[in-house]
Ligand binder design. Sequence first.
Ligand code: 4NP
Length: 153
Amino acid sequence: MKKILFVCLGNICRSPTADGVLRKLVADSGLEKRMLIDSAGTGDWHIGRAPDSRTIKAAARRGYDLSVLRARLVTQDDFDEFDYILAMDKSNLAHLQKMKPAHFAGHLGLFMDFAPHMGYSEVPDPYHGDEDDFERVLDLVEEAAQHLLKKIV
Ligand code: 4NP
C-alpha cells in the first residue's frame, strides 16, 4: 500500500484536483487497494469547505468528481501516515520542509518533478486567475499524475 498526500495553499484548487485525478487513474487501473490518496492545505482559510466551484466545474468537464472532497490543514501526523507528500509549489514545499520530522523516511518534493518535460516546476495557483488557469492546472496535474503512477506501481 502506497499513501500519497497532495499539498497546496488553500486545499480548494490544485491539491484537490491532483487528488481527484490520481484517484480516477488508480480506479481505472484497478489499483484502489494498493493506493491511498488525500490532499491538504498549508493555509487554514477554507477548512471544511468543498473545492472552489471553478475547480469543481473544470474537473467535471474532464470526468473527475471533486464535489465530495473537503479542505483540511496538513498536520504533523501526515508525516507518519504518508509515503509521498507532494507540494504544488515551492512555497508549499518550504512550509512542509519546516514541518518535516527528522524520522520521516518518505518522499517530500514537488509534484511537477514527476513531469519535467512539461516545463513547469510548480502548478501555478489559479485562485486569482481565469478559466484558462484552471484548465492549465488540469493539464499539468493529469500529466504529472500519470507519470507518478507509472513510477510508483
Ligand atoms: P490552492 O489555491 O492553493 O490551489 O487551493 C488557493 C486557494 C485559496 C487561496 C489561495 C490559493 N486563498 O488565498 O484563499
